[in-house]
Design a protein around this ligand. Structure first.
Ligand code: AMP
Length: 471
């Protein structure tokens, strides 16, 4: 059974440092928000690859002893989130194989949208798959390739793939990083100068990982680019021509950390701009601007600044809530949301509140939060969303539910307003979002979740949707 297509991930790669695994481990800490279900690190020392991966959080998985066992000057790391049914350890990354090209480890962020087709073809030819993750097809394609070098074999493999991949591949003495030709998912490059003038190369989904380890952000791995680093040095090459750029705009809306530079642009800057434009597009007479923490904070700051309405942290988030908790036997209304958020009555009582969040998916959480704010005495609750209505699922690596579960796919803004029980509801327009991420006439982002227009051909979209949600 092939269950993948439902994950969000972070990747990191380090080359040229005596404590590469340790730096990868720190990088994963900074990328923990991109996936909380499993994590892993593979390290290479020129002779062999060592690997450790497990279910859970980075801080729990990697003890000093475990990191100490991952010896070498190169390392790749991965953190992964997926939903029920797909949570087996075999799918945790990096994936590792010992094949005709020696030991290889690979980690990847994004969804390879034709992985099912490629996998079926490979299985017809006798390939045996261990995991249900699409990443495994890359390893099989490399093993099948007749190309002489690892880089050429990877190139041949990548040319057969559609969709989104920012990937890092580790061999015993070299590392290759590559990005799909549309550049859906981010992948940044950083440098760290070591004593003696030696360079350590760093790659990560987000630059907040560089900040933690003291690396300097250089630029993006370009769409369609492959970077090979080995004993002979570093080379950058286009393994294929870049296509129409389709950077995932949701990275700027929600997914990335605000302290990161993603696709060459500050996420905080984009979000504040979304809030500013939201205030211009959907003004309202109100007393306070309150974010839904943490996802709405930066946009709320922009909204408050633009509108002149004071910003207040009227909802407090408990950061230590795990994925499972013991519910009280007697049902408490909206218990799940209460566990995460608590209102400050003193700031909300009797106030006309502008409540700012990044998105509405199913609408159920938003309704609970609106109720919570009203329950704390707010006189009016005006919900403002810093992106357009989410009307279509993502097939490129963001976990969105099926179309039928997306409230905006089948309801007008007025109907959604009624459902979430807000006094008014305003979404940022598509034009506003484009402006906020500094997209010019030549669009560089993917807006498929807001438009239903997908930048790549999706073979077999029904099966893809089905696969995505099979649990
Ligand atoms: P709901 O009202 O149930 O649609 O939930 C909306 C909330 O889900 C917002 O606070 C968003 O920040 C959050 N959210 C949106 N997209 C995602 C995602 N892909 N993963 C996790 N949370 C999300």
């Amino acid at each position: 059974m092939f269950e993948k297509f439902r994950e969000e991930c972070g990747v990191v790669a380090i080359y040229g440092h005596p404590e590469a695994a340790n730096l990868a481990y720190l990088g994963l800490h900074a990328l923990q928000h991109r996936g909380q279900e499993s994590a892993g690190i593979a390290a290479a020392n020129g002779r062999e690859i060592s690997l450790h991966r497990a279910m859970g959080l980075v801080a729990d998985i990697f003890t000093p002893e475990v990191v100490g066992r991952l010896a070498g000057y190169a390392a790749i790391g991965h953190t992964r989130y997926s939903t029920a049914g797909d949570t087996v350890l075999e799918n945790a990354q990096p994936l590792y194989v010992n094949c005709n090209r020696g030991p290889l480890a690979i980690a990847h962020n994004g969804n390879i949208t034709n992985a099912l087709e490629v996998r079926r073809e490979l299985e017809r030819e006798g390939s045996i798959f261990h995991a249900s993750s699409d990443t495994e097809v890359v390893l099989h394609l490399i093993a099948h390739s007749r190309e002489a070098s690892l880089a050429s074999a990877l190139r041949e493999a990548l040319l057969q793939l559609d969709g989104a991949f920012s990937l890092v591949l580790l061999a015993k003495d070299r590392m290759i990083v590559a990005r799909d030709p549309h550049g859906f998912r981010p992948l940044a490059m950083g440098l760290m100068e070591l004593s003696g003038g030696k360079m350590c190369y760093c790659f990560a989904s987000e630059t907040c990982a560089f900040d933690l380890i003291g690396a300097v952000y250089v630029n993006e791995v370009q769409p369609g680019e492959m970077i090979v680093i080995g004993p002979e040095g570093m080379t950058r090459q286009q393994y294929t021509v870049p296509r129409q750029p389709a950077h995932c705009v949701f990275e700027h809306v929600y997914f990335s950390r605000p302290d990161s530079i993603v696709f060459g642009r500050s996420v905080q800057l984009s979000r504040e701009m979304m809030g500013r434009l939201l205030a211009l597009e959907h003004p309202v007479d109100a007393d306070v601007v309150v974010p839904v923490p943490d996802s709405g904070v930066a946009a709320a700051l922009g909204y408050a600044d633009e509108s002149g309405i004071p910003f207040r942290m009227g909802l407090i988030r408990n950061h230590y809530v795990g994925r499972t908790f013991i519910e009280p036997t007697q049902a408490i209304r909206d218990f799940g949301v209460r566990l995460k958020l608590n209102p400050i009555r003193h700031l909300l009582n009797g106030k006309r509140v502008v409540l700012v969040d990044d998105s509405i998916v199913r609408g159920t959480t938003s309704r609970k939060i609106v109720r919570m704010v009203r329950g704390a005495g707010a006189r009016e609750v005006h919900l403002r969303i810093s992106c357009p209505p989410t009307i279509s699922p993502c097939y490129y690596g963001v976990d969105t539910p099926r179309k039928r579960e997306l409230i905006a796919a089948h309801n007008s803004v007025e109907a959604i307003r009624k459902f979430v029980e807000a006094d008014s509801l305003g979404y940022l327009s598509l034009e506003g979002l484009r402006r906020a991420v500094d997209d010019d006439d030549r669009l560089t982002h993917c807006y498929a979740c807001y438009t239903g227009v997908y930048p790549t051909e999706l073979v077999n979209i029904d099966e893809l949707a089905d696969t995505k949600h099979r649990v």
